[in-house]
Design a protein around this ligand. Structure first.
Ligand code: RBZ
Ligand code: NIO
Length: 353
């Protein structure tokens, strides 16, 4: 068995269920606070989930990072995006210079941005770029597999190692982000292959194609499914056939975060496709995921539902990069602050119903 397969198997084995006793203690604490039971809605769910993950109530999650995985897509040759592949390395340099939307929103949320080249088609030189290129872009999924099974495992390993290194450095919470022109196409193919969605349901406008180009993109996804015949009972093989390098690496980040008992905020359509693969490889990993926003990308709602996630915010965003996920950090902070600072019925002298 290959080293990367062993790393994946070890990581999956290390993912434990959440701590039921800590969840019970969080529920009891929440019910003692000066509010009708359950009235803080999803904030209460987050408090319980974080307690179950960390084993403590109101844990300090201030050291956090968004991992931006970058890779290119052979399927861009089919004309599925409004932008050319050159934008992928150009945006990577923008991330490294601190000028992209995710950098601004990460600063707002006190998060570091970690940018990893796992499969950009061009060579990028920058001292802050994590160089982990598995191969320079995928092959065209409309004609054959995106990559080999071994390459998919290698990209997953990059993500697992990134998450476990961040955990060792004391990061307490992660978010997923990506950059890869064309990547809404393999993401839609993964939805169709693993979540029983039709290509028509799963394909959206991505960076802003028009309605007729979207119909063409639906046909490209259908061709990718016919040509590759992915098997839903083999999520790794499906990822290799119709996925992408940055998607595979994000699958690894999510599995690695779960194995290290770190909460992981899931961004938009592409990150959620990676989360879908993670949940199919290791169902226990879903308990460590926190849905962030509902992307405008068609199919994101159905995709989140297939993983069992529900979004916290609806801001009509459709960018990716991790922008929605880092905004989600603010709501996790708010939830943790509630459980740390709110008065109880007893301490405030408020009568219970
Ligand atoms: C300037 C620019 C910045 C971006 N940041 C994220 N994306 C987003 O758009 C791409 C997916 O859409 P499609 O499948 O239609 O190509 C991904 O790179 C995603 O991260 C961007 C796209 C552009 C053009
Ligand atoms: O939801 C996303 O992640 C998304 C949607 C459109 C384009 N890029 C990313």
């Amino acid at each position: 068995m290959s080293d990367t397969q062993q790393l994946l198997d070890r990581t999956v084995d290390a993912i434990r269920p959440l701590d039921a006793e800590s969840i019970r203690a969080a529920q009891a604490r929440l019910d003692s606070l000066t509010k009708p039971p359950g009235s803080l809605g999803k904030l209460e769910d987050i408090v319980k989930q974080i307690a179950g993950i960390t084993g403590e109530l109101g844990a300090d999650l201030s050291k956090r990072a968004v991992v931006v995985m970058a890779g290119d897509h052979g399927v861009c040759a089919e004309g599925v995006s409004a932008f050319p592949s050159e934008v992928t390395p150009q945006m990577v340099l923008n991330f490294l210079a601190g000028g992209a939307a995710v950098n601004v929103l990460a600063r707002q949320a006190g998060a570091d941005v970690v940018c990893v080249d796992v499969g950009v088609a061009a060579a990028i030189e920058h001292p802050s770029l994590v160089q982990r290129k598995v191969r320079p872009g995928t092959d065209n999924i409309a004609q054959g597999p995106a990559m080999s099974r071994e390459e998919a495992l290698a990209a997953i390993a990059v993500g697992i190692e990134t998450a476990s290194e961040l955990a060792e450095q004391g990061y307490a919470m992660l978010a997923t982000g990506e950059m890869g022109i064309g990547n809404t196409t393999p993401s839609a193919a993964l939805c169709a292959a693993l979540a029983s969605m039709t290509a028509e349901d799963a394909v959206g406008l991505g960076t802003g194609i028009d309605a007729s180009r979207r119909l063409h993109k639906v046909g490209v996804v259908e061709r990718a499914l016919t040509v590759n015949a992915p098997d839903a009972s083999d999520p790794l093989g499906t990822l290799a056939k119709v996925g992408g390098l940055e998607i595979a690496a994000l699958t690894g980040v999510i599995l690695g975060a779960a194995a290290s008992r770190l909460p992981v905020l899931i961004d938009g359509f592409i990150s959620s496709a990676a989360a879908l693969v993670a949940s199919r490889i290791a169902p226990a990993s879903a308990a460590y995921m926190i849905g962030s926003h509902l992307s405008q990308e068609q199919g994101h709602g159905q995709l989140l539902a297939a993983i069992g996630l529900s979004p916290m915010i609806h801001l009509d965003m459709r960018l990716g990069e991790g922008t929605g996920a880092v905004l989600g950090f603010h709501f996790v902070d708010a939830a943790q602050r509630i459980v740390r600072e709110m008065a109880t019925f007893e301490s405030a002298g408020v009568s219970r119903g």
